[in-house]
Design a protein around this ligand. Structure first.
Ligand code: PMP
Length: 455
């Protein structure tokens, strides 16, 4: 057997040909971006260049990189037990983490099914909704209503619910039973209306869709409380309460995909708290373990959990499981991450530093190309336009946000960018002075790109 290749060799095309990442590899090899270390809110790549991580990896590193408490908890658990038999039972850490989540979750969201990633959590929520209806006498309720431009994950069921066309087409045909509706994208209302005279058409149409599909066939509605893909789509205040009302009216479960918004990102532990709406199921991932291990979870309300509790001869319990669910190392990371968030009151930091960051970003409207700034807490989207009045986008050959995002990357700032918008979601430990650094590099990047476009 040959030795493992050296770190420097990982930049060579012949070795990069052996891996797929989410990109065109022929393009990636021209300027490979390979990380080596991370500490606090900074990454270092393998050439030693430092980056301010304004996207927490990808909304994951909630308590920052190299957090000693989480690392020590993982190390201690490694010394005790790395894996527990899921087929026969569970382990103490999983029960402890489930109870901690039940304690901090809103309302009676007090039973937890663990998974490993966001897609798996969302798929598990769909299965839980379907089986719940079967067990409670509504066996024909199977459809899931979700939104265009949403992202619920890359596995088949989660992708079927997702509404990002470019990520779906190559895998089509996708699973049956998923119905899509338009998102609450106020800046470019899909119905050509204006808030609030629109009367929240985007929510009302969800009720119409439930009726048109036949309520006896609809199991669940899934939404990200604030949608990411599409440009951080933050609903008007009435939207989620109305969805709650419709779901109650037609016995449809409301699922919040809080893979990004959960665990403090919006300034409360859950976006359900931020919006004051209690869903039936919450899916958590990303920030739950702070990125230290793969870990996700589905939280469900007590009456739903109770349906799965009963006599084994007539009720099999929840028929769903994965080898790594409730993994003790992952649960140790989850418990330590939650302790860090709560004991350091990171939600308060998100509110304080998040609004400082937001103010700084508002100042960048001076460039005349920022059409909208959206989001809550430390989950912020910036949409660019060529014309502030008509909201005309930049033409296809000027993918403005990509150009700005790449320029920022050259300058050592990590953002998430699409052609017309970019998003910011730093570790929740960000300080005001680090927020100022984000704004100032962003500012310079916009100036330089605008100058280049002019020339
Ligand atoms: N839901 C949302 C809102 C997400 O942002 C993501 C990942 N970006 C997922 C689900 C899927 O999570 P994972 O990639 O961990 O499967």
């Amino acid at each position: 057997m040959s030795d493992i290749i050296t770190e420097k060799q990982t930049l060579e095309e012949r070795y990069l040909r052996q891996i797929f990442i989410r990109d065109q590899m022929a393009e990636f090899v021209k300027d490979p971006f390979v990380m080596k270390g991370a500490d606090g809110v900074y990454y270092t790549d393998i050439d030693g260049k430092r980056y301010l991580d304004a996207i927490a990896g990808i909304f994951v590193a909630s308590v920052g990189h190299n957090n000693r408490r989480v690392i020590d908890a993982i190390k201690a658990q490694l010394d005790t037990m790395a894996f527990a038999p899921v087929y026969h039972g569970t382990n103490a850490l999983a029960i402890q983490l489930a109870n901690k989540l039940a304690e901090i979750a809103p309302g009676d969201l007090s039973a937890v099914k663990f998974c490993c990633g966001g897609s798996e959590a969302n798929e598990t929520a769909f299965k839980m909704a379907r089986q719940y209806h079967k067990l409670s006498g509504h066996p024909n309720k199977f459809k899931v209503i979700s939104r265009y431009q949403s992202w619920h994950g890359g596995t088949f069921g989660a992708l079927s619910a997702s509404g990002v066309r470019s990520r779906r087409v190559d895998s089509e045909p996708l699973a049956a039973g998923f119905v899509h509706v338009f998102p609450p994208y106020c800046y470019r209302c899909p119905f050509g209306k204006e808030y609030p005279s629109c009367n929240i058409t985007c929510a009302g149409l969800i009720e119409d869709t439930i009726i048109m599909e036949d309520p006896e066939t609809v199991a669940a509605v899934i939404v990200e409380p604030i949608g990411h893909t599409g440009g951080v789509i933050d609903p008007p205040p009435e939207y989620l309460p109305q969805l709650r009302e419709f779901c109650d009216r037609y016995n449809v479960l409301l699922i919040f995909d809080e893979i990004i918004t959960g665990m403090g990102r919006t300034g409360e532990l859950f976006a359900a708290d931020t919006f004051g709406v209690l869903p039936d199921l919450i899916c958590l991932g990303k920030g739950l373990s702070g990125g230290y291990t793969p870990l996700s979870a589905v939280l469900c309300r007590r009456p739903i959990a109770d349906i799965f509790w009963g006599d084994k001869t007539t009720n099999p319990g929840f028929v769903s499981g994965h080898t790594y669910e409730g993994n003790p190392i992952a649960c140790a990371a989850g418990l330590a991450t939650i302790a860090e968030i709560i004991e350091n009151d990171l939600c308060a930091n998100v509110r304080k530093v998040g609004s400082h960051l937001r103010e700084g970003l508002e100042g960048l409207r001076k460039h005349g190309i920022i059409g909208d700034i959206r989001g809550k807490g430390m989950f912020i989207g910036v949409e660019f336009v060529r014309d502030l009045v008509t909201k005309e986008k930049f033409p296809d050959d000027i993918p403005i946000a990509t150009l700005i995002g790449k320029r920022a990357l050259d300058k050592g700032l990590l953002l998430r960018f699409d052609p017309h918008w970019l998003s910011i979601g730093p570790p929740l430990i960000l300080t005001e002075s680090q927020a100022d650094d984000i704004v100032s590099i962003f500012d310079e990047s916009i100036s330089e790109v605008l100058q280049e476009i002019k020339n």
